[in-house]
Design a protein. Structure first.
Lengths: 114, 440
């Protein structure tokens, strides 16, 4: 399954996406991704470390879920690890200035819980 | 049907009979018997018949219960049974696809298989139990020799066949109506596509009256209408505004968003000479009422043709190729977030000067992400290579050569993503003189 999650207490939900976030890949994860963020009122860490392609449709899924989360009083951070293709897209599109983005898991978790 | 799929019973030995066979009074037994005959009366095939005669004719016939999804009849497979549906839901499908769109529903009390029982030919439809279903099984022989001999049964059969035919006609008409609707929808999409193409400056040459700038664009949508855009127009005699953008997604929603963006940019470009202010303004405007989280990446700039000064800004778009005599590089971009997501974003501008002969090639990610048979991407490295090789040609030829190269690379004529290119060159002074003298 290209999407999985793990709750760290009540305060943090870690959602791990894998594979390609292109049209097909995003359609596959979108319903569950939205369900996981819309039923959560706290912090969400989205792990993109093993994503090997991030298309604009995938960015849209990240943005709309980050917005949803914010409306419900939560917040999203992204963990990209050392993933050049994903980092490049997030930087080029300026998403890293909308959704806090981190290379290290510890930093991402700290920021998510801050 | 395998024995595992169903529960069998004899009509005359159903659960009612078991109740009746206990030590109960004759009265009770008679009423049970009547109830069974009432059940017969309820089946449309036996309406108005001599129920006693029917009951004795079908006394040894099986009553089966089949699970949902069981195929009772398959097109082309011999059938010598008429099934009377007693409970549950069964549907006939006239073509191979068992979707509910083209299903003819058989209601309890009606029968299936009677057509092949009449003409002895295999059934023409696939008949599936949509839910668990209880069915009375009438062998063809018994159907003909005992039941059809009763005038009322024959009449009932004709009535039910007529009803079935009407329903099938209605379903065919409905299918035809849908096909027509789809055709209209496709025609409307074609119109939308033409309207959209009309919004982009696709004519060549773009500014035949200008000798001081060369500019051309190419746009190929992935679906019939797309979300890429480019534009170029003079805001005054010496200043050209141009932009390339990419709306997230494809199809009608992307096209509508694109149309809105291109209109807003047109207005904004007339009221400011700063590209970063223009992007801030269209970002704020596009954020209004954008619940679908659509967004757009845009590169835009103002080019002063006389001096070659280019002031540009960027909202999350990929860097244009900057081709000079010394080679091709990525134009350094100020950082800027894609537009339409969060209002109040700030953008920055940068500037450079195009020397005579310098060429700028803007593109959307559909170009560099075009894949070949082994899923390898074209990349901006190949793009820089390609434009360096053809940099001496006129801008139209540069773009056409680049497009052909991407097609050759991907091995296909159509692209997975919208594909847009815009090339701008400051002509060489000698060429400008040539053109000027040619004009006079």
């Amino acid at each position: 399954m290209p999407i999985s999650h793990q709750d760290v207490g009540d305060s943090l939900r870690r959602i791990t996406l894998t594979g390609r976030l292109d049209g097909v890949g995003t359609a596959e994860i979108a319903p569950q991704f939205t369900a996981l963020t819309s039923q959560w009122r706290a912090r969400v860490l989205v792990d993109l470390t093993t994503i090997n392609f991030l298309a604009s449709i995938g960015i849209r899924a990240l943005i709309s879920n980050a917005k949803l989360l914010r409306q419900n009083g939560g917040r999203m951070v992204l963990l990209v690890g050392h993933n050049p293709p994903v980092t490049k897209v997030l930087e080029a599109t300026g998403i890293d200035s909308l959704i806090p983005t981190f290379a290290e898991a510890a930093d991402a978790e700290k920021a998510a819980l801050a | 049907l395998t024995p595992l799929d169903l529960q069998r019973n004899r009509y005359a030995r159903g659960p009612d009979r078991r109740v009746a066979s206990r030590a109960v009074s004759t009265e009770r037994r008679r009423s049970t018997h009547d109830r069974r005959n009432n059940a017969l009366e309820w089946l449309s095939l036996f309406r108005g018949t001599d129920l006693q005669a029917v009951a004795s004719a079908i006394g040894h016939c099986e009553v089966i219960v089949v699970p949902a999804g069981t195929a009772l009849l398959r097109p082309g497979e011999a059938n010598d049974t008429v099934y009377v549906l007693m409970a549950g839901r069964v549907a006939a499908y006239l073509d191979d696809r068992a979707d509910d769109e083209n299903a003819i529903v058989i209601h309890p009390g009606e029968c299936v298989g009677e057509l092949s029982a009449i003409d002895g030919k295999p059934p023409s439809a696939l008949v599936l139990a949509q839910t668990d279903a209880r069915l009375l099984v009438l062998p063809r022989e018994l159907f003909w020799s005992r039941l059809m001999a009763m005038p009322a049964v024959g009449r009932n059969l004709l009535v039910s066949l007529a009803e079935r035919m009407r329903r099938s006609n209605e379903s065919m008409l409905e299918a035809q109506r849908k096909r027509l609707e789809l055709k209209y929808l496709q025609q409307e999409l074609d119109v939308a596509r033409q309207l959209q193409a009309g919004m982009l400056p696709l004519r060549r040459p773009l500014f035949p009256e200008r000798t001081d700038v060369e500019i051309a664009g190419v746009m190929q949508p992935a679906s019939s209408i797309g979300g890429d855009l480019f534009d170029a127009f003079f805001v005054d005699d010496g200043r050209l505004f141009f932009c390339v953008g990419d709306v997230s997604g494809h199809g009608v929603p992307a096209a509508l968003f694109m149309a809105r963006a291109i209109g807003l940019m047109h207005i904004a470009a007339m009221s400011t000479d700063r590209p970063e202010r223009l992007l801030e303004r269209i970002n704020d405007e596009l954020c209004v009422g954008n619940d679908g989280s659509m967004f757009i990446t845009v590169f835009c700039g103002f080019f002063e043709v006389e001096s070659g000064r280019l002031v540009y800004s960027n909202a999350g778009h990929c860097p244009p190729a900057f081709v000079r005599r010394t080679g091709a590089t990525r134009l350094p971009l100020p950082k800027g977030t894609l537009a339409g997501v969060v209002s109040g974003m700030r953008y920055e501008a940068r500037e450079t000067v195009l020397a005579p002969g310098d060429l700028l090639v803007c593109y959307t990610d559909g170009v560099i992400e075009a894949k070949n048979a082994t899923a390898e991407e074209f990349t901006d490295v190949r793009l820089l290579d390609a434009v360096t090789r053809t940099a001496g040609e006129c801008v139209e030829a540069v773009l056409d050569a680049l497009k052909s190269e991407v097609m050759r690379f991907s091995g296909r004529e159509t692209f997975e993503d919208d594909f847009t290119l815009l090339a701008l060159r400051r002509p060489l002074a000698s060429r400008m003189t040539d053109l000027r003298s040619a004009k006079t």
